[in-house]
Design a protein around this ligand. Structure first.
Ligand SMILES: C[S@@+](CC[C@H](N)C(=O)[O-])C[C@H]1O[C@@H](n2cnc3c(N)ncnc32)[C@H](O)[C@@H]1O
Length: 320
């Protein structure tokens, strides 16, 4: 990061939080600066085989596995702690990378993670709607779980195509489909209500998190509703990428039954004291998710329309 980069602000004032409810970009910065240092732990993000395989699989599923590897220079938008690009660099998908995010706290953690992994990465604070790089700079632009936070997604895709070299590719994965988001939110709400009410019973008191922590989670969830702006329909997403100027556009989706397990599991984990969940739970959650993902991939994908799956990925290239 250069010296002029904004500093992280992990402790927002009450006034700033109030202002964020009517300013989505301020909300992004406050919310993600606040969670940057604990983000990897919260979302079980790591930079080992498990997440390298996950990132590579998502990338290959989006591109149909036809990659002239490795890409030279890659850019990540909304990098968070670097989950997607750093793991793709470890997988050998690209050689060097630039990590960018609207949140200074996230860029700081992503650069620290990149350095610890020994990758050649630089980074800066950047808004995906006005990407601060020259035209024709990158061979690959990636993002994971970022497009749904950007007010003008089509403008951002135009910017992606501007900074890509002719023939360069973009891959955005981990976006919520409209139908998937609907059932995921209901499953999350029901799990939260069931867990926080059942743990009021005296014999389950050990499983109840302190009220102050539960209140903080509820406040964070309220801000989450401000930062999560869009959900996507695969057909409409393809049309938008084509309007932005991309060719070879293709949307793919994954996780159907896996999302039916994944969202209640994540909500339950947030609602009970972490020390209550040991290795047995982690094995159940990850093992179950893997089995259901295989069922989705090998069986249900053939019969269930793609818009019913939870996760969407979109890829395309810049015309030569
Ligand atoms: C859900 S997090 C995903 C982080 C990371 N890609 C991952 O998968 O773990 C979304 C990230 O997008 C960033 N973001 C939100 N709006 C943005 C924008 N307009 N431009 C760039 N980044 C943005 C947030 O600060 C946050 O770090």
């Amino acid at each position: 990061m250069t010296d002029q980069q904004p500093a992280p602000n992990p402790h927002a004032t009450a006034d700033e939080v109030q202002a964020a409810f009517s300013d989505t970009k301020l909300a992004q910065v406050l919310y993600h600066d606040w969670e940057a240092e604990t983000y990897d732990e919260k979302w079980h993000i790591s930079f080992d085989e498990r997440c390298i395989d996950y990132a590579r699989d998502r990338f290959e599923a989006a591109t149909g596995g036809e990659n002239e590897k490795p890409y030279g220079r890659a850019l990540e938008l909304g990098c968070g702690t670097g989950f997607f690009l750093l793991n793709l660099l470890s997988a050998g998908v690209a050689e060097t990378g630039s990590v960018t995010d609207l949140s200074p706290g996230m860029v700081k953690v992503a650069l620290r993670n990149g350095e610890a992994l020994g990758h050649q990465v630089d980074g800066r604070v950047a808004d995906a709607e006005t990407i601060p790089y020259e035209d024709d700079t990158f061979d690959l632009v990636v993002g994971h779980a970022v497009l749904h936070h950007i007010p003008d997604v089509e403008q951002s895709l135009r910017e992606v195509l501007r900074v890509l070299k002719p023939g360069g590719r973009f891959v955005f994965a981990g976006e919520p489909t409209t139908i998937g988001d609907f059932y995921a939110r209901w499953l999350g709400r029901l799990t939260w209500a069931a867990t926080t009410n059942l743990t009021k019973l005296p014999f389950l008191a050990d499983w109840r998190r302190p009220q102050a922590e539960l209140d903080e989670s509820s406040r964070a969830a309220a801000l989450e509703a401000v930062v999560d702006i869009h959900t996507f329909d695969p057909d409409e997403m393809e049309a938008m990428a084509a309007r932005a100027g991309a060719v070879n556009v293709e949307a793919t989706t994954d996780e159907f039954t896996a999302a039916f397990l994944g969202w209640p599991v994540r909500t339950f984990e947030a609602a009970v004291p972490p020390e209550k969940l040991g290795f047995g739970w982690a094995g159940f959650a990850f093992g179950g998710w893997k089995k259901l993902s295989a069922l989705d991939e090998n069986v249900l994908r053939r019969v269930v329309p793609r818009k019913f799956f939870y996760n969407l990925a979109i890829t395309g290239t810049k015309p030569e």
